[in-house]
Design a protein around this ligand. Structure first.
Ligand SMILES: [Zn+2]
Ligand SMILES: [Zn+2]
Length: 627
């Protein structure tokens, strides 16, 4: 447990103490720390509502002020059972009812003869493995946040309990900052802004988790792809195009089937001629009946048909591996960097779908780098440097790379059984991370099946954490695909493969950017870079405005003209609401001076500029992707 988790879990004990002071018959089940806080499940006749929070919190504060020690004691199973029967566990003392959930936990999880730990804070004793903070006074600042219902052990055949949520921090300031951040996050919610700014939509007839991108959202996608293409081209990548589905055999080879089958859309079964991807296992008719006497041509044709299963692709890798294998490769061709904004489909559970963050169709900033072990360090470092350049461009100040490694005791089960390759590649990755001074943490036992991986976590401008991308080193799959290159010595060797996607998927990355920028996209990324707002609708004014519009669009600027009959203030307000980057307010004087009056979203009026000067500066700012 981290220090914060210890604080939060200790706070759950204090919550239970307070509830018992108010409702002595309360029966407690489980009270773990969770992401962003803690909860405790309680069975109680009184229905707890947020109106009760104040008095519960007042009791909690008393326990914290009393600064009780969290005292640990060890008891045998029999003694623990006796205490539970007397109602003494998760309790302030002996009661006339047994501590029924704790009794159940002991009976079902503790073996006879085993010992078990109890924790006591003040009058409250609970069955708990710990750890906790030293004293209740170490719980800095807390707040109850929510109450929901939950079944005991998550099973609907069990009693329904009330789940009381709260959170705690080391200091009052941190607690207040957290709630301020949540408030701000609500305003910046990508689902809310995505709708208001007309970026994307979901439709029941299309299906859940399948976003449709409106023109304004598609404009952001185009800009991100342009950025990726330019960056990758300069870094020596080559672009490829692959398809969205493939035969089952491809994914069996890659190992996605059967292990990843739950996350893939179910297969389509097609009848087709020709050789089967699976060597005829699923042929309609056995080949052995060839020897039988004459049959009709139709029957013969039916027999030559095979049933083939196709899957929507969930990852681009197997397709790129096939492109590597399509030509003979020599060491001179390496590193080979194949890039594609690939479309993937994954079958996320419907309960897991969430806006753009969890979707079933995703467009990934993917590339696979095939290299020799000697080239690995330079290639991997270059990938990391690309991440850092992107962070700078998007104003991402806080990030961490979570470096997941394997657990040697799980070789052959969770991890490919290649002990030496694991050590070798993990050491290489660690060396690169250390030497480049990148902010990283190492997490054992969370590597991918076929190699170590790096999850890139970033924080938005308001301090919320997002996992946007993953980097993986793969030393197993190229072998499964028989990928080889001719070495300098004219022998054959298997390349290493780096999977990388610095901009993640459009869906998740744009979801992140919406919150990060609060919808105020910088000029280069803004769906509508310029809107022209004529004051009035006299013909010469509209003609001049149209001339400016045509000139801007001729320079590939995403510009629009407001030809409505609204007053200028109304036009400005609408453009501001859509967070248009630059507004050009065009009056008679602008027309006469061949000028434009510039207004920037979030900055206000900048005054009149000569038209040519404005356009030159605008194009410069777009070209250098100014903040
Ligand atoms: Zn505990
Ligand atoms: Zn990949």
């Amino acid at each position: 447990m981290t220090e914060l988790e210890r604080i939060r879990h200790s706070c759950a004990h204090v919550l239970a103490t307070a509830i018992l002071r108010l409702w002595p018959g309360a029966q407690f089940a489980a009270g773990p720390p969770v992401e962003n806080g803690f909860y405790y499940d309680v069975e109680l006749d009184h229905r707890i509502s947020p109106e009760d929070f104040e008095k519960i919190e007042a009791e909690m504060k008393k326990e914290i002020r009393a600064n009780h020690r969290f005292e640990r004691s060890i008891v045998g199973r029999e003694e623990a059972l006796a205490m539970a029967r007397r109602g003494e566990l998760a309790s302030l003392g002996i009661r006339d009812q047994p501590s029924k959930f704790k009794l159940d936990i002991i009976e079902n999880t503790i073996k006879p003869g085993e010992e078990i730990s109890l924790y006591r804070n003040g009058d409250f004793t609970d069955l708990c493995a710990g750890p906790h903070v030293m004293r209740t006074g170490n719980i800095g600042a807390f707040r109850l946040t929510n109450v929901a219902s939950a079944y005991y052990k998550g099973d609907e055949r069990n009693p329904q309990l009330q789940r009381i949520y709260g959170t705690a921090f080391k200091t009052k300031k941190e607690l207040e900052d957290y709630f301020a951040m949540l408030e701000e996050a609500k305003k910046r919610d990508h689902r809310k802004l995505g709708k208001e700014l007309e970026l994307f939509t979901f439709d029941d007839d299309v299906g859940p988790g399948l976003p449709l991108w409106l023109p304004r959202g598609a404009a952001i996608i185009e800009e991100l792809e342009k950025l990726a293409k330019e960056t990758e081209f300069a870094a020596g990548y080559q672009r490829v195009r692959t398809v969205n589905l493939a035969r089952e055999s491809l994914y069996i080879k890659s190992g996605h089937l059967p292990y990843y089958a739950d996350s893939m859309f179910p297969p389509m079964t097609l009848a087709e001629h020709g050789p089967s991807g699976l060597g005829g296992e699923r042929a309609f008719s056995p080949a052995s009946d060839e020897a039988r006497p004459a049959e009709s041509p139709a029957a013969a044709q039916a027999k030559s048909l095979r049933s083939e299963r196709y899957y929507l692709k969930a990852m681009n890798c197997p397709h790129h591996h096939k492109l590597f294998a399509a030509l003979p490769r020599s060491y001179r061709d390496l590193p080979l960097r194949l890039a594609e904004y690939g479309y993937c489909h994954r079958y996320e559970q419907s309960g897991e779908l969430f806006g753009l963050m969890r979707v079933r169709s995703l467009q990934m900033n993917d590339a696979h780098i095939y290299c020799t072990p000697e080239q690995f360090e330079e290639e991997f470092n270059a990938v990391n440097q690309m991440y850092l350049r992107y962070f700078k461009l998007f104003g991402i100040d806080r990030y961490v790379m979570r470096y997941s490694t394997h657990d040697p005791s799980k070789l052959g089960q969770k991890f490919v059984d290649e002990p030496e390759l694991w050590i070798q590649t993990e050491t290489m990755v660690r060396d690169v991370l250390r030497r480049s001074g990148i902010n990283y943490v190492e997490v054992p036992n969370e590597a991918a099946f076929y190699g170590p991986k790096i999850d890139v976590q970033v924080w938005s401008a308001i301090g919320r954490e997002f996992t946007i991308a993953t980097n993986q080193v793969d030393f197993a799959v190229p072998k499964r695909f028989d990928l080889v290159y001719k070495t300098r010595e004219n022998t054959e060797a298997t390349p290493l493969c780096i999977h990388r996607a610095p901009l993640g998927t459009h869906e998740r990355f744009i979801g992140f950017l919406i919150e990060h920028y609060a919808g105020n996209f910088p000029l280069w990324l803004n769906p509508e870079q310029v809107r022209i707002l004529p004051i009035g609708d006299e013909a010469p004014l509209l003609d001049y405005s149209r001339g400016v519009l045509d000139e801007l669009r001729g320079h590939q600027v995403r510009a629009a003209l407001d030809t409505s009959s609204d007053k200028i203030n109304g036009k400005i307000q609408r453009a501001e609401q859509m967070k248009v980057h630059t507004m050009l307010v065009i009056g008679k004087r602008d027309l006469e001076a061949n000028a434009v009056s510039v207004r920037i979203h979030g900055q206000g009026n900048l005054g009149a500029r000569p038209r040519d000067q404005f356009i030159t500066e605008l194009l410069e700012n777009i070209a250098r992707r100014a903040a």
